[in-house]
Design a protein around this ligand. Structure first.
Ligand code: AMP
Length: 283
């Protein structure tokens, strides 16, 4: 499997693939590495849609980390990532340097007003500006017609859908389901930070989500009742600090009063010094 490190190499690979595949497009799977089975599911879906034409990017994007966040210690497992990506059907890895993605003096950023300040954007100012900027650069460089993302980062999906629509980028976003451990914890590269005690406490996020899903299945629709119920579940783990519990429209990320099909129920919480997220789309 080839490893590409420059935008020009990625663009040339994409163009060559498309000309030899009679114009068939290529699939992009943006990641920050430290790949796990959740990332694997995205790569597999991409390979099923665009066999032999899947670019997986591995780039720990500095602009989406706040100054006090974990950019420096974010897990970097490049060799294992390449093996996993290849197993799941990646055709190339795109692993650029920071200087390649942000040439000296780079001052162009993508802001998705209105959505970027919601959910994770509220507690992580600038996070979605960094995400939107790097994903726009990746989509443009790869000239991808499909890009695969996880529902795990549901607010990110909303921001990127809006960005792609506003900029008419021509890359369709495919959203893949959340992959979980057997006990329900959503897979995340940051789970590696949890000690055994925190690993147990972290299950409260999924318990809250499941409680809300059960209430909705029983006919409950009131946003405040659902949020209260989730708050009650979090109260069982007093050491876990809730960041947000929200019921929102998945397109606008604005709060809604009642759950309806397609509404996003999302939680974020600090388990020790690790911030975790989870969500469910109301069926
Ligand atoms: P990251 O490397 O954390 O930036 O994630 C790269 C992509 O993998 C994003 O689209 C995530 O939503 C997706 N992803 C992360 N964790 C999971 C998971 N547990 N299930 C499905 N997709 C995931």
């Amino acid at each position: 499997m080839r490893i590409l490190t420059t935008v020009n190499e990625l663009r040339a690979w994409s163009r060559a693939q498309r000309s030899s595949a009679c114009g068939e497009g290529i699939a992009l799977v943006p990641t920050m590495g430290a790949l796990h089975v959740g990332h694997g599911s995205l790569i597999r879906a991409a390979a099923a849609a665009r066999p032999g034409r899947v670019a997986v990017s591995i780039f720990v994007n500095p602009t989406q980390f706040g100054p006090k966040e974990d950019f420096a210690r974010y897990p970097r497992t490049f060799k294992a990532d390449c093996a996993l990506a290849e197993r799941e059907g990646a055709s190339v890895i795109f692993a650029p340097s920071v200087e390649e993605m942000y040439p000296a003096g780079a001052s162009t950023f993508v802001e998705v007003d209105g959505l970027s300040e919601r959910l994770d954007g509220q507690s992580r100012p600038g996070h979605f500006r960094g995400v939107a900027t790097v994903v726009a650069k990746l989509m443009i460089a790869a000239e991808a017609d499909l890009a695969f993302f996880g529902q795990k980062d549901a607010a990110q999906v909303a921001v990127l859908r809006r960005m792609v629509g506003d900029l008419r980028l021509g890359t369709a976003i495919v959203v893949c389901p959340i992959v979980r451990e057997d006990d329900g914890l959503a897979l995340s590269s940051r789970n590696a930070y949890l000690n055994p005690g925190e690993r147990k406490q972290a299950l409260v996020l999924n318990r809250a989500i499941r409680r809300v899903e059960a209430l909705v299945a029983d006919g409950e629709r009131s946003g405040s009742s659902l949020i209260d119920a989730a708050r009650g579940v979090f109260a069982e783990e007093p050491e876990v600090r809730v960041d947000y519990i929200e019921l929102v429209d998945w397109e606008t990320l604005w709060p809604v009063l009642a759950a309806a099909p397609g509404t996003l129920f999302a939680v974020a919480a600090w388990v020790g010094s690790t911030r975790l997220i989870d969500n469910a789309i109301i069926g």
